[in-house]
Design a protein around this ligand. Structure first.
Ligand SMILES: Nc1nc2c(ncn2[C@@H]2O[C@H](COP(=O)(O)OP(=O)(O)OP(=O)(O)O)[C@@H](O)[C@H]2O)c(=O)[nH]1
Ligand SMILES: [Mg+2]
Length: 563
């Protein structure tokens, strides 16, 4: 069901989606949710529409840290999960061990007796079968029967109309569409209703059109009864969490609470020398409107104005959550500058506190000590270490700050073998300074086009984020220095044009290709005096202050002030 470009590209679900099937005269609405903890906000609210959950686990990997997060949300809502262990076609899969691990997870999450007694199905989505045992079949009928058997019919109550808006859809044709589950009574085409908002305000409006989900699409209907999910057209100015209620006697459903953001980043207009070259939307007005629009549907996101009209503080649930927003904006034609991600500090009982996360690393035996060392240097404390086959499974508790930039470091130090996952646990006292990036960067001295000749000469200084022939500007990060400390270099030197061609190509052949950095990698890479220029076609890292003299002067001044 992943249909969005970003989802297809990354192979993960970001937005939840609806589908529906009818099996043996029973209508089953299916909601696909994202699995990653950064999108927990999305999961939390759509779970409100569910009467049951299917927890899908990989028969090889077993439950991941993010599984814990979404499962916890489902258990808290008193839903009774059906466990499906998928991918038993994989060689070396270990469905029985995975089943035990899932049980342990349920237990650790304080599942009730009934929840602990979960039914389990095994199978392979790829090969098109699911069964209540490991015996392969050629269909998913056992699972369909299981859903009918274990998922209770929707709980509905007596009373006037209530429907909470838990998600929304856009159509250029119909405008904003409200999606939710009818909790009480029926909703009808052309029915006058009261929209009840979180701030207590009431708006009298009228339903225009109604749709229910069918297959992968929607079907227009004249009325929807309690228990079914539907899409309502014609409601204006609604927010997620609002209740569509009776016209005369409106009663609101409880407000939806979503976990607080843990991270913030400064979003500003692009103020690099390349401003406006690539994007369609580049002004602070564009940026502001786009961010505000996002908060209407992205519940876990907050946007705050700053002293500057050109900058906004954007709060989110993690690097991926914010990264997806930036990536989406880029595709829509926006240009912007992104600052270093900051974790949100809170004062609790008079103490400075910061977010902590549980970090899980699976790594081959020979790299285990290296991995532990890296995490310890970032103030992580080991809580679990066990052998799983030829892998070491290590769990840590670490301040979220320590995670920023850890992934790249971990991969280089474990020959790319480490598998890392993490999730937010709680706020705890500030753990003191954590060392930042070890190495300095290579900075372009002047603007211009990089040459093979220059890059070749500079190769022993470090590696590059640019290839020969790329346009750079003064103060742009073009590579990583082998050593600590930044180095300003000239990447644009040309040999005399006459012999440029011949030697240019020779040089190019021996220059290591540039290190390609994804947006998220850049977000983890930059330090406090750096930022990222994001445009539809380019991601460039740069110094906040492009001029070297100015930068040094300010750094000195800051040092003096700190003393
Ligand atoms: N071998 C095997 N691979 C499968 C099977 N089912 C899915 N996959 C693969 O697993 C990968 C992940 O599948 P998704 O459906 O995106 O997984 P997901 O659980 O929805 O992931 P999120 O939405 O990000 O939480 C894809 O590459 C699938 O092709 C299966 O039965 N066997
Ligand atoms: Mg998915």
């Amino acid at each position: 069901m992943d249909s969005n470009d970003l989802e297809k590209e990354r192979g993960i679900t970001i937005f939840s989606k609806n589908a529906a099937v009818t099996y043996n005269d029973v209508k089953i609405n299916v909601i696909d949710t994202p699995g990653h903890a950064d999108f927990g906000g999305e999961v939390e609210r759509v779970l409100k529409m569910a009467d049951g959950v299917i927890l899908l686990v990989d028969a090889f990997e077993g439950p991941m840290p993010q599984t814990r997060f979404v499962l916890q949300k489902a258990l808290q809502l008193n839903l009774r999960p059906i466990v499906v262990i998928n991918k038993v076609d994989k060689p070396n899969c270990r469905p029985d061990e995975v089943h035990d691990a899932v049980f342990e997870l349920f237990f650790n999450l304080d599942a009730t007796e009934e929840q602990l007694n979960f039914p389990t199905y095994y199978g392979s989505g790829k090969n098109g079968w699911f069964n209540d045992s490991l015996t392969p079949t050629d269909n998913i009928i056992p699972l369909m029967e299981g859903i009918i058997k274990y998922v209770p019919p929707p709980k509905t109550e007596e009373g006037t109309l209530q429907m909470q808006i838990t998600s929304l859809d856009y159509s250029s044709f119909l405008g904003r569409i409200a999606i939710g589950k009818v909790a009480r009574n029926t909703i009808q085409e052309n029915q006058p209703i009261t929209l009840m908002q979180a701030d207590g305000s009431l708006k009298k409006q009228r339903v225009k059109e109604l749709y229910v989900f069918e297959g992968m699409g929607k079907r227009k209907v004249t009325e929807v009864h309690a228990g079914d999910l539907c899409a309502v057209v014609g409601i204006e100015g609604f927010n997620i969490g609002d209740t569509i209620a009776d016209f005369e006697n409106p009663e609101a459903l409880p407000v939806i609470h979503v976990d607080e953001p843990t991270m913030s980043m400064l979003f500003s207009i692009n103020n690099s020398p390349f401003f406006g070259r690539d994007g369609k939307f580049v002004t602070s007005r564009h940026l502001r409107d786009r961010l505000m629009k996002e908060t209407e549907k992205n519940l876990a996101l907050r946007v705050k104005e700053t002293d500057s009209a050109d900058s906004f503080l954007v709060y989110g649930r993690g690097i991926l959550h914010l990264g997806v927003l930036i990536e989406t904006m880029r595709r829509e034609g926006y240009e912007l500058t992104i600052g270093q991600p900051q974790v949100l500090i809170k004062e609790i009982d008079g103490k400075k506190c910061e977010p902590y996360e549980v970090l899980v690393i699976d790594v081959p035996e020979e790299y285990a000590s290296k991995a532990i060392d890296l995490v310890s240097r970032r103030k992580g404390e080991m809580s679990v270490m066990e052998t799983k086959g030829d892998m070491q499974h290590i769990e840590f508790e670490i301040p979220s700050r320590g995670l920023i930039g850890l992934r790249t470091n971990m991969l280089t130090n474990t020959a790319g073998e480490a598998v890392m996952a993490h999730r937010f646990s709680e706020y705890k006292p500030w753990k003191g300074p954590i060392p930042g990036r070890n190495n300095g960067v290579l900075l372009a001295k002047e603007g211009g086009s990089t040459t093979a000749y220059s890059l070749d000469k500079l190769q022993d200084r470090g590696f590059f984020f640019v290839d020969p022939g790329e346009e750079v500007y003064k103060g742009m990060v073009i590579g990583e220095n082998n050593k600590p400390g930044d180095l300003v270099v000239n990447p644009n030197e040309g040999k005399k044009l006459t012999n440029m061609r011949a030697s240019g190509t020779d040089g190019a052949a021996s220059i290591a290709p540039k290190r390609l950095m994804t947006l998220e990698e850049c977000m983890e890479y930059i330090q406090h005096d750096e930022c990222i220029e994001v445009t539809p076609n380019f991601i460039r890292m740069r110094k906040l202050i492009l001029d070297e003299t100015e930068r040094n002067r300010l750094a000195k001044q800051m040092k003096a002030e700190a003393v």
